[in-house]
Design a protein around this ligand. Structure first.
Ligand SMILES: [Zn+2]
Ligand SMILES: [Zn+2]
Length: 496
């Protein structure tokens, strides 16, 4: 009898352990493929003005009347040439910029000033007609397409949000979206692809809601370490270098074919060197203060610096200086509180936040780009980048030679002595990155570059299909330093 009783008791005990487990797993998916959530950057989807009213219009990205715009710009340029003073042209340029960007401004507390709202994507990609994302021109949807190929359209999601606003306030919405993904797919974790500004949004989420629902984070062209050129602009440091300006134009590959591209390349190369253009750049720099104050006072203070999201880009060393330079004297406490919270609790603590997540099993990988130059209006124009964000920022701290040069001949790798982390072209030491063994560099790839059908899109399918984040040593096809062809960006070869 005792035996039977203890057997029953043991059975009850065992059942009491199993039943809750059954209950929890009742609607679990069991497919073994964790859903992927792509957290978008700034340019993927447009914004509405007066959404849901008869006056609804698309207000961003701008669709300016180009001939009218050129006519206006030429008017200002003509007045500048006649008076040999850059002010009229700078004022006209400021008017044009305000007409385009003004609608995106935020109010004193950092909320949207006008009835401006982003287009949102609701539900898994399987709820959309594939043509809506398969043929979309945006590189971000090409990345989504790679996620669909890796885990299926019912396990691939795209999250969009108002990137102008405070990332920490937005984090609540991202948390609700992650819950929706988990509920709909029956999984208990997501894998996040943080693209460009999506890096900022993901970091704010981690700080506020932790990493319990996150299995993997892939940072791609991501702004999680700030941006050098925004930091410089926000501290009022505008600088023009003839050589940097034209080498940046070269990296944009404006030609429509190899032949015209080569012609533009040669032309911009000549422009960068010729003494003929030197007086123009001397004039630009001599009047840089004047031009700067027009651009800053009339445009940046009324648009970009009203957006808490833009302050997330300002780097640690010059943040307080930027606040002094850019915020009005009567700045609202709420606004300062918001930008300080992101800066001090998230950006400055990024390594701690990510290393904590990693210690708890979250796997982190980074895809960075180089050899595309940087926005050539500040001293950071000398840095390597992806045409927009500097490589040192997107890579999470690589040591990078100046654009057009290499690390010194006697340079030795700074850390991780068991692997080689130096690029064969002598430009990058990846050993100083936060995650040196899971950080890839794609040479010649522009910011958020990913072309449909390209070798890079295939690499992402490979990456998104792995059960665990592989290291840069795991597959000979995908070593740490890869190179794509500059114009079409369809190929992928190890950097030689
Ligand atoms: Zn599943
Ligand atoms: Zn290593």
């Amino acid at each position: 009898m005792k035996k039977i009783l203890s057997a029953v008791l043991a059975l009850c005990l065992a059942l009491s352990c199993i039943v809750p487990a059954f209950a929890r797993d009742a609607d679990a998916c069991g497919c073994g493929k964790t859903p992927i959530l792509v957290v978008s950057g700034m340019g993927a989807l447009p914004f509405w003005l007066d959404e849901g009213t008869p006056e609804q219009t698309e207000c961003f990205p701008p669709h300016p009347d180009i001939p009218k715009l050129v006519f206006r710009a030429l008017g200002g340029l003509f007045r500048s040439v006649v008076t040999f003073d850059l002010k009229p042209f700078a004022n006209t340029a400021a008017d044009i910029a305000l007409d385009i960007l003004g609608v995106m401004a935020c109010d004193a507390d950092g909320n949207s000033l006008y009835a401006v709202t982003p287009v949102l994507v609701e539900g898994a990609m399987s709820t959309y007609d594939p043509s809506q994302y398969e043929d979309a021109g945006s590189a971000e949807f090409s990345i989504v397409n790679s996620a669909v190929r890796a885990v299926g359209a019912d396990h691939a999601y795209f999250y969009n949000y108002d990137w102008r606003l405070d990332p920490l306030s937005n984090a609540k919405d991202l948390d609700a979206y992650i819950d929706r993904v988990l509920r709909e797919t029956g999984h208990d974790k997501v894998r996040v692809v943080a693209i460009s500004m999506g890096g900022v949004q993901t970091m704010a989420y981690l700080e506020k809601y932790g990493h319990d629902k996150i299995e993997t984070i892939w940072f791609m062209s991501a702004a999680y370490c700030g941006l050098l050129f925004v930091t410089n602009i926000f501290t009022g440091e505008i600088q023009f270098s003839q050589q940097s300006f034209f080498s940046w134009l070269q990296t944009l590959d404006v030609g429509k074919s190899d032949k015209t591209d080569k012609a533009f390349d040669a032309f911009f190369g000549w422009c960068g060197r010729t003494a003929l253009l030197r007086p123009l750049f001397t004039l630009l720099n001599n009047t840089a203060d004047k031009v700067n104050s027009i651009v800053v006072d009339r445009v940046i203070r009324r648009t970009l610096s009203t957006m808490p999201g833009m302050w997330a880009f300002v780097r640690d060393d010059r943040y307080e200086e930027a606040k002094k330079a850019m915020l009005p004297e009567n700045a609202s406490d709420k606004f300062v509180e918001r930008i300080d919270a992101y800066h001090y609790d998230v950006l400055n603590r990024r390594e701690e936040i990510l290393k904590d997540a990693q210690a708890d099993g979250v796997e982190i990988a980074v895809i960075s780009h180089y050899n595309k130059g940087c926005v050539p209006v500040t001293s950071s124009a000398q840095a390597h980048g992806d045409s927009l964000i500097e490589t040192v920022c997107t890579s999470g701290g690589a040591t990078v030679a100046d654009y057009g040069s290499t690390l010194p001949a006697d340079y030795t790798q700074k850390a991780c002595k068991e692997h080689n982390h130096l690029s064969a072209d002598g430009v990058i030491d990846a050993s100083t990155c936060m995650f040196p063994d899971t950080t890839w560099f794609i040479k010649n790839m522009p910011h958020v570059g990913c072309n449909r059908g390209s070798a890079f899109a295939d690499m992402l399918v490979w990456l998104f299909s792995q059960e665990h984040v592989p290291t840069v040593f795991a597959d000979a096809r995908y070593p740490q330093f890869l190179e794509t062809d500059s114009r079409t960006q369809m190929t992928l070869e190890p950097v030689k």
